[in-house]
Each structure stands twice: as C-alpha cells, then as structure tokens.
Design a protein around this ligand. Structure first.
Ligand SMILES: Cc1ncc(COP(=O)(O)O)c(C=O)c1O
Length: 370
C-alpha cells in the first residue's frame, strides 16, 4: 500500500480536456472557446489546466491579472491570452510584454497603453450592459473608444465584450435584458463587426442561450466540470476534474460526554469511534463546515463532528468500525458507491463551487493526473 498523503487535490486533466470538447459541441458554428484559467485555474493549477483546455479545443485563454498572463507565457503556453481585469500602468506593461490582449473602457487607459513593441497591443472594448463593475455603461463612450482604437496605429482593436450578472439565475429577466442591450450595440457596428471578436458569455450563459455565443465564449467554471448553476454537473455533461483527499491519522474511542475539537462544539452522546483527519481551514476546508459536512472513509459517508480547526477535523465513525489509521479520506470526489460533489460542500458553506476550489490553499498539494 502506498503511504497516504496529508492533503492532495487530484486534478484529472483528461476531464478538463473532455469538458472543453463538450462545450465546443454546444457552440454556434463559428464561436471559439476561451478557457478562463484565472486564480490558478480556479484552484486547479493554471498552466496544466490551460494546456488541457487547449488540447480540448480552446483557442483562447483568459486570466484576470497581468501576472497570470506572464506566468502562462513563462510556462510555455502560446495562443491568444486575454487579461480581463483592471490594470495599473505597471500591470499594463507586463500584459503587453506577455503579448496578451487587454480590456479598455476609458480613453485615459487607452492612451496610456505602451506602444513600440513588435506588434501593436490588442485591445477589447468593454461595454457594461448591467454587471455594474468594469466597462463603460455609455454606448456612446464605447463607440468613441472603438473609433479611437481603430484610428490609432499604436493599438489594434481586437474585440468588443460584455459580462452577464445573472446568467446563472434561471428565469431571471436581467440576463435577457443585458443580452438585448449588447446585441443592439453589436448590430450598430455595421461592417466593422466582421473584423473584431465579439464575446459575452460565461459558462452559465453558454449553456443558457446560443444567442450569446457570438464569436467566442469565455468559460471558466464549466471547463473544470463544476456546474455554473450549482447543481449536479453530470446532467449537463460535465465531469468534475478535482478530487480532494486526505487520510485518517488517528482513530479513538469516545465515551458519552467526551468532546472533539475547540469549544467542545460536539459531544458524544453514546460510545463511538472518532477519526482525526489532518486537514482544516489552513487548507481551505472552512470552519463554517463545523458539525456540517460529510467525509468518505471506506466508501461510506461519515459526519464531520466538532469544530474544523486550522490543521485537523474529526468525523464520527459510529460504535462499531473497521476504519483504521492510514485509510484514505475523500472530502470531494468518489469512493466506492458514494460521491461528494463540490456543489454539496459549497451549499453547506453557504457559498458557490467557485469559492471552494479557489479557496484550497497553497498547502494542498496539486497532483495532476491523466
Ligand atoms: C469577465 C469574465 N468572463 C468570464 C468569466 C468566466 O465565468 P465562469 O467561470 O462563470 O464561466 C469570468 C469569471 O468570473 C469573468 O470575470
């Protein structure tokens, strides 16, 4: 038997590749897939995920920061990279040096983009159709930026984009309203439309409405096999790429009245066995899961009991157990017939699957498997 490891995120790169292939099949004829690998590939490892996404047919990569773009280049990733976030002057230099496309929404930023490199930096104008974050809300300003970028030999106008606020809220009316605003703006571009990349959809929008695929979709969460609607990803054809495993470090018998963890937030009501698993909020397994989560050991769900601490948590094995120190503990993933989805953990943490995988700390070893 191989020796167990303390906290490992196993990332199946084939799953990322297949999820990308699956997403591409959903796309309109000419739409391309941009794989969003910001925040270290939503915790899955950015360069490895990016490579797997490219194998699955992604032709673009997107990140939030200039440093993330530079890291992809250092790791040898080629192809188009879009930096979607706000950039300081120093960040802009980094992004341009990494030959990444950048996003603009005001003339001052456009003017400050460094020129003089091998190619004019490529810019995407962002219209804020209702997200209320980055981008200009004023279609007139967006039009002026397009004209200005068009006539400035120092930059290349490469794209026009927006971002949806509620694509993951089924039945919500803000999403179609945003789409309509964007469509009307795109329609006004006339002939200019042919030469630029128009893009709007995140994962949820990609599933929700083909009308928002335009020339490219920017999918993040779905490429990792996580469900953008916080449901079981299976029925949408997505395969979760990440599993989180630890092991049983100790098994102890508890008598009624004995407690586990800080604050004595759980006390045995009858004789039972309790396993200690050496993973905790220092690894991203949040304290909010205290007394409210399951862990798989020997193919069965075991209730987390007591307080999640920085480095350990405890689970109740019941009065009669065959569990031994050294057994594998699965916090996300499949064991035997049982499965714990990231979406389940997220619901228990009162958050979304994105935050669960992004929240896994650097202390968790990432192991990339085929
Ligand atoms: C501008 C933009 N586009 C696309 C995405 C990808 O979103 P998702 O992970 O929901 O597919 C994000 C992620 O937050 C984003 O900020």
């Amino acid at each position: 038997m191989t020796s167990p490891e303390r906290a490992v995120a196993r990332v199946r790169l084939d799953a990322i590749r297949r999820n990308c292939e699956h997403l591409r099949l959903l796309l309109g004829d000419d739409a391309q897939l941009c794989a969003v690998v910001k925040a270290d590939g939503y915790g899955h490892g950015a360069p490895e995920s990016a490579r797997a996404a490219q194998e699955g047919g992604a032709t673009w990569l997107a990140v939030a920061t200039a440093d993330e773009a530079a890291e992809l280049r250092r790791e040898g990733l080629d192809g188009r990279v879009l930096v979607m976030g706000a950039l300081t002057a120093a960040d802009t230099r980094t992004a341009v040096d990494a030959e990444a496309d950048v996003v603009v929404w005001d003339a001052r930023f456009l003017d400050s983009i460094p020129t003089g490199g091998a190619h004019p930096p490529r810019v995407h104008v962002k219209l804020d159709t209702g997200m209320g974050r980055l981008g200009t809300k004023d279609p007139g300003e967006a039009r002026a930026l397009i004209e200005r970028a068009d006539s400035d030999p120092g930059v290349e106008l490469a794209g026009l984009m927006t971002h949806f606020a509620t694509a993951d809220v089924l039945g919500d009316l803000h999403f179609p309203a945003q789409l309509e605003r964007f469509r009307a703006f795109v329609a006004e571009l006339g002939d200019r439309r042919e030469d630029i990349f128009v893009h709007a959809a995140n994962s949820a929008a990609t599933f929700r409405d083909r009308a928002c695929h335009f020339d490219m979709v920017r999918c993040g969460v779905a490429i990792y096999g996580l469900d953008p609607f916080q449901e079981d990803p299976g029925p949408r054809g997505l395969d979760p790429a990440l599993g989180l495993v630890s092991y049983v470090a100790a098994v102890k018998r508890f008598e009624p009245g004995e407690s586990a963890g800080y604050g004595r937030r759980w006390t045995a009501s009858e004789p039972t066995f309790v396993a200690t698993i050496p993973i905790g909020y220092g690894d991203g397994w949040r304290r909010a899961l205290t007394n409210d989560c399951d862990v798989l050991v020997r193919g069965r769900r075991r209730a987390l009991v007591g307080t999640v601490s920085m480095d350990n948590l405890t689970v109740d094995l019941g009065p009669d157990t065959d569990v031994q120190a050294g057994d594998l503990a699965v916090l996300i993933g499949v064991q035997g017939e049982e499965r714990i989805l990231c979406e389940e953990v997220a619901a228990r943490m009162d958050t979304i699957n994105y935050e669960v995988t992004c929240g896994l700390s650097a202390r968790v070893t990432r192991r990339h498997e085929r």
